[in-house]
Write a protein that binds this ligand. Structure first.
Ligand code: FAD
Ligand code: NAD
Length: 462
């Protein structure tokens, strides 16, 4: 077997792994990356963030053209869906971006190995691919990401009863789609297929949607999704789903069996360490399969680090990227840090939902006194001009110091607007800092300024 040696070896080329590899190369480390899939970019680029956002955007435009354009004096005739073409755009976007990562690897002289990486011993990994290779490296980062969490009684057949991967590529619009789990995946992909014409029923175990989100924002979101025609059954425990003729049957406690033509299982994801050979280096995972790390992303085994979805914390691409950078900078320079309080979270539905920092519930639980300032998009000139006035901005500021503790936005372009709040939190800004900063008019960002003014009871436009 061929044998090679590198300073830094990264296993997995998702947003955590490929970014870590690029930063390692920038810092002068002889860097290599093993990826089992032919395309680089991981879950995010191949079967996650990117294809889902392509479909969310196109399905939104389709729905607008169908329902809204005529009312604005834009005649487009009969609006028809060409699902194949829509999927083609999604696939092309994925191909361009995954090839882009391959280009970045070349530019940064990162050695790419294709195949399954498996530990043979401390500092030694074997690539099980077309041409097996044994690689020795002083520093090894595990960035193997996550996979769909199964649910007892739900028989995934990779077709009618599937996961987000199948739901990103249904060959036709399902007549009735049942989604198990009202989390981010369920609501984003549920939105796509509802807009394209499906009846969508969401079954959720908890009595609310989007757990983890600020409760007030979650309520506003539920109201909006119901108004759009999504059906919800909250507080129900799904006990099974099975194929039935041309369709499937879903069973849940307290509900009659539901017949539908497709089921999307979206009850969370679990860390992926399958086939990695952790036994060979004596590295254990916790009960749920996560790898424990210290502040420098070092595992219990010297020279082995872990980042991204495979370690505890929110399963987000940008969180994985920040960890990849901090981990490698720690290896190369001794310094590397991630401010987890300033990691934003975005749900790309319509309205979009975005937050950063603490929720009201978290602050109450921690006994922190705060003042909330809210501002509705209904009173924002730009939102009115673009006819997208649902939702609000809410800023939570420390009652004594006025420091911004949390920002929760539901409304147009919330995912882009949250960047200002992230910078505010990262810089330890006060709500007065935001309120005193000039925001261009007419922009949606003015809603943030107004919410900051509202913290002190002096919003101008409400
Ligand atoms: P991954 O991206 O999962 O990459 C891990 C890589 O490791 C994979 O390519 C895998 O093939 C490879 N691998 C695994 N084991 C081995 C091995 N033994 N040898 C070699 N290679 C191996 N997050 C957001 O922030 N925004 C979004 O909009 C968003 N949308 C999403 C939509 C969907 C449908 C899904 C499923 C997820 C979404 N996420 C989103 C979550 C995001 O994709 C993950 O948080 C992110 O990809 C995690 O990055 P990672 O590098 O830790 O792992
Ligand atoms: P999730 O954790 O967001 O939501 C899962 C939902 O399923 C929860 O509401 C949970 O209460 C519910 N649930 C659990 N067991 C159930 C049961 N037996 N019956 C009914 N409901 C049940 O998980 P997800 O939506 O699968 O997404 C997985 C991960 O991917 C998330 O951690 C998320 O961060 C990431 N992701 C992020 C984005 C984004 O950032 N926009 C998009 C998609 C996915």
């Amino acid at each position: 077997m061929e044998e090679t040696q590198h300073d830094l070896l990264v296993i997995g080329a998702g947003p955590g792994g490929y970014v870590a590899a690029i930063r390692g190369a920038q810092l002068g480390l002889d860097t290599a990356c093993i990826e089992k899939a032919p395309a680089l970019g991981g879950t995010c680029l191949r079967i996650g963030c990117i294809p889902s956002k392509a479909l969310l955007e196109l399905s939104h435009r389709f729905e607008q053209a169908k329902n809204d354009y005529a009312g604005f004096g834009i005649g487009v005739g009969d609006v028809a869906l060409d699902l194949k073409k829509m999927m083609k755009h999604k696939d092309k976007t994925v191909t361009l971006l995954t090839r882009g990562v391959a280009g970045l690897f070349k530019k940064n002289k990162i050695e790419r190995y294709e195949g399954l990486g498996r530990f043979e011993g401390p500092g030694v990994v074997v690539v099980e691919g077309k041409e097996p290779v044994r690689i020795r490296a002083k520093h090894i980062i595990i960035a193997t990401g996550s996979e769909v969490a199964p649910l007892g009684g739900v028989e995934l057949d990779g077709e009618r009863i599937g996961t987000s991967t199948e739901a990103l590529a249904y060959p036709e619009v399902p007549e009735h789609l049942v989604i198990i789990g009202a989390g981010v995946i369920g609501l984003e992909l549920g939105s796509v297929w509802r807009r394209l014409g499906s009846r969508v029923t969401v079954l959720e175990y908890l009595d609310r949607i989007l757990p983890g989100l600020d409760a007030g924002t979650s309520k506003l979101a539920l109201k909006a999704f119901k108004k759009q025609g999504m059906e919800f059954h909250l507080g129900v425990r799904v006990t099974g789903a099975r194929p039935d003729g041309d369709g499937c049957i879903v069973e849940a406690e307290g509900l009659d069996p539901i017949s539908c033509d497709r089921v999307l299982l979206a009850v969370g994801r679990r860390p992926n360490t399958d086939g990695l050979g952790l036994d060979a280096i004596g590295l254990e995972t916790d009960r749920r399969g996560f790898i424990a790390v210290d502040d420098h992303y070092a595992t219990a085994v010297p020279g082995i680090y872990a980042i991204g979805d495979v370690i505890p914390g929110p399963m987000l691409a940008h969180k994985a990227e920040e960890e990849g950078i901090a981990c490698v900078e720690g290896i190369a320079t001794g310094y590397g840090h991630v401010n987890y309080n300033a990691i934003p979270s975005v749900v790309y539905t319509h309205p979009e939902i975005a937050c950063v920092g603490k929720s009201e519930e978290e602050l109450k639980e921690a006994g922190v006194e705060f003042t909330a300032g809210t501002f509705p998009f209904m009173a924002n000139g730009r939102a009115k001009a673009i006819a997208d006035t649902g939702g609000q901005v809410k800023i939570l500021a420390d009652a004594k110091t006025d420091r911004v503790l949390g920002v929760h936005i539901i409304g147009p372009h919330a995912g882009d607007l949250i960047a200002e709040a992230v910078v505010a939190i990262e810089f330890g800004a006060s709500s007065e800092d935001i309120a005193r900063s000039s925001h261009a008019h007419p922009t949606l960002a003015e809603a943030l300024k107004e919410a900051a003014l509202a913290v002190d009871g002096r919003a101008i436009h409400v």
